[in-house]
Write a protein that binds this ligand. Structure first.
Ligand code: PLP
Length: 391
């Protein structure tokens, strides 16, 4: 990412600060939540201090409202961010991993189907790097099996499925406003839902588990009476956290939201320029572009050659093309040390796509201020890889 914060953002912030306002969570946070809900098309949004917190509160909320020992499995992708998996584990669920597919870098639907059983509680899908990860078949399976769909849209703001924004299909969806993503609030995230009970519980867990944070007058009256030996201001109903954000981040969010659609259009155009100019004999190019909106470009070598990979990395270092190996999240989560105790019996041969991406996949920047001629230059550099190594 480059220059995610612009003059107009700083001006909004300075104007706001001139009023000597309250800086902890207040009116601007509420306004940002309302504006985000309007943009996305959901009833409720809860602004939190990171996308990881959004992930954590999502699973914590479902655990608070629905947990049964019988249904303790959550199906997760092997290519995602660590917080998706940690939120599952730390809230007492078992992560069930599936491979991804090359078209959208999201879950392999056949593997999802094969992993569903009586213990399946939810599918926590990541829309990876701006691609839509949903299809009709998956939505049908989820409905038929009465499983919760949770959408992690942290990398895919504005991407759509059948012309509807991602984040509207699951019972809860998550967004991140970290610097590298489609828009930024310094740090920040959003939990979105149409379900009032979920909304109230996320609000409560975001702020220490406090009853008054639910903003449910009826319940508040009832519970204040029930717990009449407690101060009504300090009734901690559930074990909660402090995952609130603040007014400064909300002001930046409101300012950035104004140009999100325009920026997204630019990212889509940029993505096409990358695809038009990269050599598809060297790099994978058959992505499903229906509804995509990519904040980065996934650069995946076709040939699983470590020699070629070294050459590619040297080339990118030499010309200052910033990259991350393994695509977003560092590749196959299953290989990460924090999961050693959870995945001892997993056969990595059943994860061929994420394994390839782990070793031979990268992502490079695709930001709005990236100019066409720069993209073409980058593609020329990347295409200069030794031809004899390619096939
Ligand atoms: C898919 C996904 N989920 C969650 C997160 C966590 O977001 P944050 O960095 O705001 O904590 C990220 C971060 O990059 C991500 O890519």
């Amino acid at each position: 990412m480059h220059d995610n914060f612009q003059e107009s953002d700083f001006k909004s912030l300075i104007n706001f600060l001139k009023e000597k306002p309250i800086l902890t969570q207040n009116k601007k946070v509420k306004k940002f939540e309302e504006e985000w809900s309007k943009w996305l098309g959901t009833k409720y949004s809860v602004f939190v201090n990171s996308g990881s917190s959004a992930n954590f509160l999502t699973i914590a909320t479902l655990a608070t409202l629905n947990k049964t020992d019988k249904r303790n499995e959550i199906i997760v992708p092997s290519l995602t961010w660590i917080s998706d998996i940690v939120s599952v584990i730390k809230n007492g669920f078992k992560p069930i991993f599936v491979d991804i597919n090359y078209k959208n870098l999201s879950m392999n639907i056949d593997q999802v189907k094969s992993k569903i059983n009586k213990k399946t509680f939810a599918i926590f899908l990541t829309h990876a790097q701006g691609f839509n990860g949903l299809n009709d078949e998956l939505l049908k399976i989820i409905k038929k099996n009465k499983i919760f769909l949770l959408e992690d849209v942290c990398e895919s703001h504005g991407a759509t499925f059948k012309n509807k924004k991602l984040g509207n299909f699951g019972i809860i969806s998550n967004f991140s406003f970290y610097y590298a993503h489609h828009m930024s609030t310094i740090e920040g995230g959003m939990v979105c839902t149409n379900n009032k009970k979920i909304y109230e519980t996320v609000r409560m867990l975001r702020a220490h588990g406090m009853l008054r944070e639910m903003k449910n007058e009826y319940l508040e009256k009832k519970l204040i009476k029930k717990y009449d030996y407690l101060s009504p201001q300090f009734i901690f109903l559930n074990p909660g956290y402090n995952m609130r954000s603040n007014e400064i981040s909300a002001v930046l969010g409101l300012s950035q939201l104004k140009r999100l659609d325009k920026n997204n259009l630019k990212r889509k155009q940029n993505f096409k320029i990358f695809l038009e100019h990269l050599n598809n004999k060297i790099f994978y190019a058959k992505y499903d572009l229906r509804g995509n909106c990519n904040y980065a470009f996934p650069l995946i070598l076709k040939n699983p050659s470590f020699k070629l990979r070294d050459k590619l990395e040297n080339l990118m270092f030499k010309f200052g093309i910033e990259f991350r190996r393994g695509n977003a999240g560092g590749g196959n989560q299953i290989r990460q040390p924090y999961l050693e105790d959870f995945v001892k019996k997993i056969d990595l041969k059943k994860f061929p796509v994420v394994e390839h991406v782990h070793d031979f996949g990268y992502y490079i920047g695709n930001y709005p201020s990236l100019k066409k001629n720069n993209i073409i230059k980058i593609c020329e550099i990347l295409n200069s890889l030794d031809a004899e190594e390619i096939s």
